[in-house]
Design a protein around this ligand. Structure first.
Ligand SMILES: Nc1ncnc2c1ncn2[C@@H]1O[C@H](COP(=O)(O)OP(=O)(O)OP(=O)(O)O)[C@@H](O)[C@H]1O
Ligand SMILES: [Mg+2]
Length: 1035
């Protein structure tokens, strides 16, 4: 039931009435109509009253209110039913249909358009172009079909004169992908004649009022409506439709839908040809009928793209085959007029059917491959001509009203009969609700042999002249006892009925008097073969296509075609079968008055409609009945996830028990009944709540499935990775093993090799063994070194150690370390170096040995220094394991300065070719000299001095005396007097360490010991090479 509507608007659902009675029903309907609430529910049926005024209830905001909502959540509206049908189709993949019924002018066509608009508005959220195109076509097709198939009648200015059932096809996502229109019996007699106050089809008026001068001229038409016999009757009528404006709208719509220009042009030509046909007059000359206005014939021929004489012949003669002979039989004037009208009606009907088929061609679902599009579901919308009673009711009204009987029967079958029967079948306690079953009237019309249609067909099949009166006579004799049939002959006192002309059917919606005049002809629907051939031979291909049967030659025997009534009956049966196979939703339209007034609510007229539509019975069944039923199996399938007892599978004895458990679990036990095979749910609210619960659970199920699937994927990935890692591990192991085997193989016999395997090429290690290889090579080198050292005599070992120490300290820093020569150390005692003075030095050295008790001489050499007066002076240095002596060679190596070795804190040398060396001392009185060799000249002895000293200080016994606390840099700067060199503390120890780690080749190597304060030392210009680059400092 509807919510959110206050009670001042009456009850939104008739089911809520206090008592189910006609007065209360009518009072509610009237109240709501007067308050502008034109829609009311009966459960899932919408009752709609035509407001006859524009209401602001179909806009975008209203659409949004109804989109995706359940029926009871919003006030009654067409959108609610459209949404329910759409949702049912989407949720259950079931085809649904919306059947809109009601009498002429009750608002069916308008309702069907609003429903289609709603469906178009809520679908295709992703704005796919193809879907938008389809939607546009479906919407645009309405105005084209209305132009050619609707007309003004005395009941409705825009009355549908054809039946329309439109299927909209949806893909699995619920977006419209196409459609199909079925059209039913067009009231074509309207082309040639209309009742007073009525008009022909809109298309004629639209062409004459809206077509340009030039177009009308080319069609040989003039604007004046009264110039054409076929539409003269309604020429002066005022219509609420603006024909001229509509003409443009329809032409544009045809273009948008995809009609080609020549097709649109042909449609106009056909309309013009029909108007001209109506003006043709026949005269009789003796026995021969002639056409009075021959010029019109040539215009018709031109419009139909055929020849004038052929048109004339088709109008005046009829080709008849007698045995093998073919003769032209001349028409009487009456026959000629009949032929002309039949031709006009036929070409209009063909045009209409062709328009429908062209629209179908365009909107038809192109690819309905279920594997790619999923299940293709359908919503059908039925908008068919409503029940109608005119002053003069003929064959067409008979068909239209029969159609409405069939639809009422379907409603009864589905809503009233089957429902009640089902309750009984399922053993649900039920008190039968009585209703009028119109099956008896349906039988009156269609029953084999006894129905009106079979009797009419019999009459048409009789050879010889059978008149309409004879047909009426047959009805009288066969249906005399039928309660719903009467005629003047059967009821002589009934003066309303004319003798030999009228019969009355008591329809479910009221009594209708039909005049039999024209029944036989309209049922036979004869069109002389000559016209078909004429059209087939047209040079206009569009026109020719409309008449494929014109191909048959006159001598070809064809089966007698089915009569119009039988064709219509068959199409109705098919339609009802189609609707019955879908889940139906009903819109029951009510016409509030006959004056098309928005103010008047004609109680009597409305009560009558409520009665014949069976709305009260509908309310009763609905109130007592159940909104929803479903077999236990299907119910479980849809809702089992709601309860732990049923998810994923129940272990109860039967599905019925499981459903009971589920319902009890949800607390709905008071709103359901359990049948033999089905569960019945009384109120929609319960169903919607179930749906909501299901929707909530679905999210969790989806998450669960995603979780499981993600887990599966992760496990698969994990297994693959693990497998890959195992492969990798084994491969690596293989590579390592092969490397080790290879190393072992290559180095197998190195002990016996002369170079202890120096020449052996190392195999390339796998990446993982790079560091291992480095370590291995280091081990190998040490082993090899140990092997080589073993061969060196013990006396050479100090020299080797000194060289190693020099290399470790200065490698890469100085070019020549003097490694290639033997390091003599004590050069002052060496004759080649000091040929004259060595003899003088040795006693001094011995004297010092005695005095200072040194054990070993580490180094001695001539040096040069520059004194503070820039004078070069020769000196010598003598380094023992106890002292560093500065001597004067010119004075018999007199000791000038003695520095105990433990006072020596560092040694600075440059990285150039010079032999400059600075001995740093604890007392900051650094000694700066330049080594000087006489033989050979300029021999580099810096490496030797560094090696010997470093090696000496490396001894375990000396280690405690060597302390490195601070660093200094040796700076050289130019002063006026010459180069001045000073040492000063500059960096913290950590900075130096850092610098050491990142030192660049060619830059100073510095690491040092404490030198507090500053000591300015003068440095002479050195004879060899001045210290330009930063000096190298060695501990
Ligand atoms: N919801 C509505 N809002 C405004 N006017 C409406 C509405 N429904 C119907 N009408 C008015 O009533 C007229 C007749 O409606 P409609 O053509 O839909 O009737 P119908 O039931 O299709 O009749 P028929 O059986 O003759 O085709 C419309 O032209 C329009 O003026
Ligand atoms: Mg209509």
């Amino acid at each position: 039931m509807a919510e959110q509507e206050s009670l001042e608007f009456g009850k939104a659902d008739f089911v809520l009435m206090d008592t189910v009675s006609m007065p209360e029903f009518m009072a509610n309907l009237r109240l709501r109509f007067e308050k502008g609430r034109i829609y009311t529910f009966i459960g899932e049926v919408v009752v709609s009253v035509n407001p006859y005024k524009l209401l602001n209830i179909y806009g975008r905001d209203t659409i949004e209110q109804y989109k995706g909502r359940e029926l009871y959540e919003r006030p009654p509206h067409l959108f609610a039913i459209a949404d329910a049908a759409y949702k049912a189709m989407k949720r259950r993949s079931k085809d649904t249909c919306i059947v809109i019924s009601g009498e002429s002018g009750a608002g069916k066509t308008e309702a069907s358009k609003y429903i289609m608009q709603y469906i178009a508005a809520i679908t295709n959220p992703s704005q796919r172009a193809e879907i938008e195109r389809v939607k546009n076509m479906l919407l645009k097709s309405n105005c084209v079909l209305e132009a050619f198939g609707n007309a003004k009648t005395n009941r409705n200015d825009n009355s549908s004169r054809f039946g329309k059932y439109m299927d909209i096809n949806f893909d699995f996502k619920g977006d419209p992908i196409g459609g199909h229109i079925n059209n039913y019996l067009l009231e074509k007699s309207r082309v040639i004649v209309q009742q007073p106050g009525e008009r022909s089809f809109h298309s004629f008026y639209q062409l004459l009022q809206g077509g340009s001068e030039q177009m009308l001229h080319s069609l040989h038409l003039q604007k004046s409506l009264s110039s054409y016999n076929y539409i003269r009757v309604g020429a002066q009528l005022k219509s609420s439709i603006n024909d001229a404006a509509e003409f443009k709208v329809v032409a544009d719509a045809m273009k948008v839908i995809g009609f080609k220009p020549e097709e649109i042009q042909t449609a106009y030509k056909i309309l013009a040809a029909i108007l001209h046909l109506g003006n043709l007059k026949f005269v009789v000359d003796g026995d021969t009928p002639l056409i009075e206005n021959g010029k019109v014939v040539s215009i018709i021929a031109e419009l139909l793209s055929t020849k004038t004489d052929m048109v004339e012949k088709a109008l005046l003669y009829r080709t008849v085959a007698t045995g093998r002979d073919v003769i032209d039989k001349q028409h009487t004037e009456q026959e000629a007029s009949y032929g002309r009208d039949a031709f006009a009606k036929a070409i209009y009907e063909r045009l209409f059917c062709w328009i429908v088929s062209r629209i179908n061609d365009i909107i038809e679902v192109k690819s309905s491959d279920t594997t790619t599009h999923g299940k293709n579901t359908v919503i059908g919308v039925l908008d068919i001509y409503g029940f109608e009673i005119f002053d003069n009711n003929s064959f067409e009204q008979f068909c239209i009203n029969y159609c409405n009987e069939k639809l009422q029967q379907l409603f009864i079958q589905l809503v009233l009969k089957q429902e009640q029967e089902e309750y009984q079948r399922e053993g649900i306690p039920w008190k039968h609700i009585d209703y009028f079953n119109n099956q008896i009237i349906v039988d009156l019309v269609e029953q084999q042999h006894k129905g009106i249609i079979p009797i009419l067909d019999d009459a048409c099949m009789n050879v010889g002249k059978v008149t309409d009166e004879m047909f009426l006579e047959a009805l009288n004799s066969k249906l005399a006892k039928h309660g719903h049939f009467s005629s003047r002959k059967l009821c002589a006192s009934d003066k309303i009925l004319e003798f030999d002309r009228d019969f009355r059917i008591r329809h479910y919606a009221g009594d209708v008097v039909y005049s039999v005049i024209g029944f036989i002809d309209k049922n036979k629907d004869t069109l002389f073969q000559d016209f078909k051939r004429l059209m087939y031979n047209s040079s206009n291909p569009v026109l020719k296509n409309m008449w494929p049967e014109g191909k048959l030659s006159i001598t070809e025997v064809t089966k007698r075609p089915l009569t119009a009534a039988t064709l219509f009956k068959n199409s109705m049966i098919a339609l009802v079968d189609n609707l019955a196979s879908k889940e139906p939703y009903y819109v029951r339209c009510i016409k509030p008055n006959d004056m098309k007034s928005p103010q008047i609510f004609d109680d009597e007229r409305c009560r009558h409609q409520v009665e014949y539509l069976g709305l009260l019975e509908n309310v009763r069944v609905r109130r007592a009945g159940f909104a929803f039923r479903q077999t236990y199996e299907k119910f479980l399938h849809r809702y089992k996830m709601i309860s732990e007892f049923t998810w994923p599978n129940h272990d109860l004895p039967s599905d019925k028990e499981a459903v009971k458990k589920l319902i009890d679990h949800c607390g709905f036990q008071d709103d359901v009944a359990y049948g033999k095979t089905k569960i019945f749910i009384r109120t929609p609210r319960t169903l919607f709540t179930l749906e909501e619960l299901r929707a909530q659970m679905l999210v969790r199920i989806v998450l669960f499935l995603q979780k499981v699937w993600r887990g599966t994927l992760a496990r698969m990935r994990y297994k693959r990775t693990k497998a890959a890692l195992t492969i990798l591990r084994y491969y690596r192991r293989y590579k390592v093993k092969s490397y080790i085997h290879e190393v072992a193989r290559r180095f197998q016999g190195i002990r016996t090799m002369r170079d202890y395997g120096k020449h052996v090429k190392w195999p390339t290690p796998p990446k993982v063994l790079r560091r291992f290889e480095e370590a291995l090579q280091a081990i190998f080198n040490r082993w090899r070194a140990s092997q080589l050292i073993k061969t060196i005599p013990a006396s050479d070992l100090p020299q080797v150690r000194a060289k190693v120490a020099a290399v470790e300290m200065l490698k890469g820093q100085r070019a020549d370390l003097g490694l290639q020569r033997a390091w003599e150390g004590n050069y002052l005692a060496s004759k080649p170096d000091t040929p004259q003075t060595s003899g003088t030095f040795v006693p001094v050295a011995n004297e010092l040995k005695r005095k200072d008790k040194y054990m070993n001489v580490l180094f001695s050499c001539h040096v040069r220094k520059v004194n503070r007066f820039s004078k070069v002076e020769d000196r010598a240095i003598f380094v023992t394991d106890r002292h560093l002596y500065k001597m004067d060679p010119t004075k018999h190596y007199k000791v000038m300065k003695t520095i105990p070795l433990y006072n020596l804190t560092g040694l600075s040398v440059s990285n150039g070719k010079d032999q400059l060396v600075v001995f740093h001392t604890k007392d900051n009185k650094d000694l700066i000299v330049c080594l000087f060799s006489k033989q050979p000249t300029h021999e580099s002895r810096i490496g030797e001095l560094v090696g010997v000293l470093v090696n000496h200080f490396k001894r375990p016994a000396a280690q405690s005396g060597l302390r490195m606390l601070l660093c200094v840099l040796l700076e050289c700067r130019q002063e006026e007097t010459g180069t001045r060199t000073r040492t000063k503390p500059r960096d913290s120890i950590s900075t130096v360490k850092r610098r050491l780690t990142h030192r660049r080749p060619g830059r100073e190597l510095s690491c040092f010991r404490q030198l507090p304060g500053e000591a300015l030392l003068s440095s002479p210009t050195l004879p060899s090479e001045p210290c330009r680059s930063p000096p190298l400092t060695v501990i």
